[in-house]
Design a protein. Structure first.
Length: 527
């Protein structure tokens, strides 16, 4: 009987120690920079000041230091300094674009939740207006910032105007960093811990107006909260309308008359040394659904792939994609992206049904499809119109169908007073294990080993979207080339002073039409 109190006390002590241990672990984990990769999406406070019709809004669920600490934690030891420098340059350059010096003006008080909104009007010389919302760790930090902000610009000769609007004090004038041309600026302090900075008094007044009317601001929009719940977690949230998608994001969009409800919602989520993007593009009209051929056919094509692949794509029902202008704009870069590709890849894709594998390596393009998808007879007329002539060929006990094009011989070669004709290979087709393989070079038929092809397949597996009707994995070189041709990437590189492409090791994309929504997933691998 005397043993029971002792056991009860021992059990209580164990529970206390376990509780303390779990509490300590929770505090360490909560303050870990790796938490940036598992941040639940919530409606940002500043979204109440963002008009629903804003061309673009960007919400960052971090302060200016968390991305730096995250990069330091996940980067390899030998590349840690370079990774941290790249993030710091991008951060400092981004704030400098709005006339702010991060290190001297923001670092001491900035808290998580940073919002940027671009409006169609309100800027200088026809440029869009902008609104920047910064959260302070405490009310003193926000007040000190505004005091020093305008004091610095006043000493530089800015004419300041202090006024009141909707019960809030507004300060407006023209200001800039040292050495920059002054531009219109306006600021307001909300609830002592939220600083609004706008490209002019009109933009700031509009932000204060919509904050009072739920029907006009982003935060009270039911669809907005539903989209955040669907996307789950992320460190940054972007929403864009057609004007911004065309002008700033360089994305293909369908032309539609009248009011265009097209809306892009995207989330950026760190994942170790990779960045994952989840997005949905809501369109004015439903998209046709691809007829999936099943995982067995896709797997068979992947297993039949040999040789090196710098780019590898799997596409379900490609003809359906190419018939739709919006989807075709996404698919076209997969076909004929190499110089001298010729018309054969596009014609095969436009006529194929079921699964289509598209690979590209040092020896050219390679396609894999069902044995009768398409029938070569269906391509006879369009290929003849391109001047391509079919012919059978036996090579290493393998029966091929090749397409050639006759051209005049180069230089001054002549035979019996006549120009020498040369036949250049435009492509070939071979049947193997119930599959049709189409290639650009006969050297592909002697290819052995598929390490690079296996790497691209591993990228597709890492993305985790095996059911998506379009999956595309790119190696280091093609990924860098694709990103460097994309306008947003060029803008980010400019803000960071260059050097953003070097860490890129690969890129994987997946897309899936679902009614009037096009869902996208992306994974950018970094060193």
């Amino acid at each position: 009987m005397k043993l029971r109190p002792f056991l009860a006390a021992l059990l209580a002590l164990v529970l206390v120690l376990v509780g303390l241990g779990l509490s300590g672990w929770w505090l360490v984990w909560k303050n870990s920079p790796l938490q940036l990769a598992h941040r639940p999406l919530v409606v940002p406070t500043a979204a109440r000041f963002v008009p629903r019709q804003a061309a673009l809004s960007l919400h960052l669920f971090s302060d200016g230091e968390e991305p730096v600490r995250y990069a330091r934690a996940v980067a390899p030891s030998g590349q840690r300094r370079e990774a941290v420098d790249a993030i710091e340059r991008l951060r400092d350059g981004s704030f400098a674009a709005f006339g702010l010096d991060y290190r001297s003006e923001l670092a001491g008080w900035l808290a998580p939740d940073i919002t940027l909104a671009l409006l169609d009007q309100g800027g200088v010389e026809g440029q869009p207006g902008w609104l920047l919302a910064l959260t302070s760790r405490d009310e003193e930090g926000a007040r000190r910032f505004l005091q020093r902000f305008w004091q610095t610009r006043s000493l530089a000769g800015a004419d300041l105007q202090v006024s009141s609007y909707r019960g809030m004090g507004l300060i407006s004038g023209r200001g800039a960093l040292v050495g920059e041309d002054p531009v219109p600026l306006a600021t307001a302090l909300v609830r002592d811990d939220l600083v609004l900075i706008a490209s002019g008094r009109g933009v700031l007044e509009q932000a204060l107006d919509v904050s009072q009317i739920d029907e006009l601001n982003q935060a009270a929009q039911p669809a907005f909260a539903a989209q955040l719940a669907e996307l789950g977690e992320g460190a940054a949230l972007l929403q864009a309308r057609p004007a911004a998608m065309r002008r700033w994001l360089d994305l293909p969009l369908p032309e539609s008359p009248g009011s265009d409800p097209t809306l892009l919602t995207a989330v950026l989520e760190p994942e170790g040394r990779s960045l994952r993007v989840k997005a949905r593009l809501d369109l004015p009209a439903p998209l046709p659904a691809a007829r999936a051929s099943g995982p067995d056919q896709r797997q068979a094509l992947l297993e039949g792939l040999v040789g090196e692949a710098r780019s590898l794509a799997l596409l379900e029902d490609p003809a359906l994609w190419l018939e739709q202008p919006l989807l075709a704009a996404w698919v076209q870069p997969l076909l004929g992206s190499q110089p001298g590709s010729g018309p054969l890849p596009g014609l095969v894709a436009a006529a194929a049904r079921g699964s289509l594998l598209v690979a590209e390596g040092p020896q050219g393009w390679l396609l894999g499809s069902g044995s009768d998808q398409p029938d070569p007879a269906d391509l006879e007329a369009p290929l003849a119109a391109e001047g391509l002539i079919p012919a059978p060929l036996e090579l290493d006990d393998r029966s091929l169908l090749v397409w050639t094009q006759l051209q005049a011989g180069r230089g001054s070669r002549r035979t019996e007073g006549r120009d020498q004709l040369e036949a250049s290979l435009a492509g070939w087709r071979s049947l193997q294990a119930g599959q049709a393989w189409w290639g650009q070079s006969l050297a592909q038929l002697q290819a052995r080993g598929g390490r690079s092809g296996q790497q691209r397949q591993h990228q597709l597996q890492e993305l985790g979207q095996p059911q998506s009707p379009l999956q595309w994995a790119l190696a280091e070189g093609p990924a860098r080339a694709l990103l460097q041709a994309w306008q947003p990437w060029r803008l980010l590189s400019t803000l960071a002073g260059g050097g953003l492409a070097e860490p890129v090791q690969g890129l994987t994309l997946a897309m899936e039409p679902e009614g009037a929504t096009l869902r996208l997933q992306g994974r950018l691998e970094l060193s």
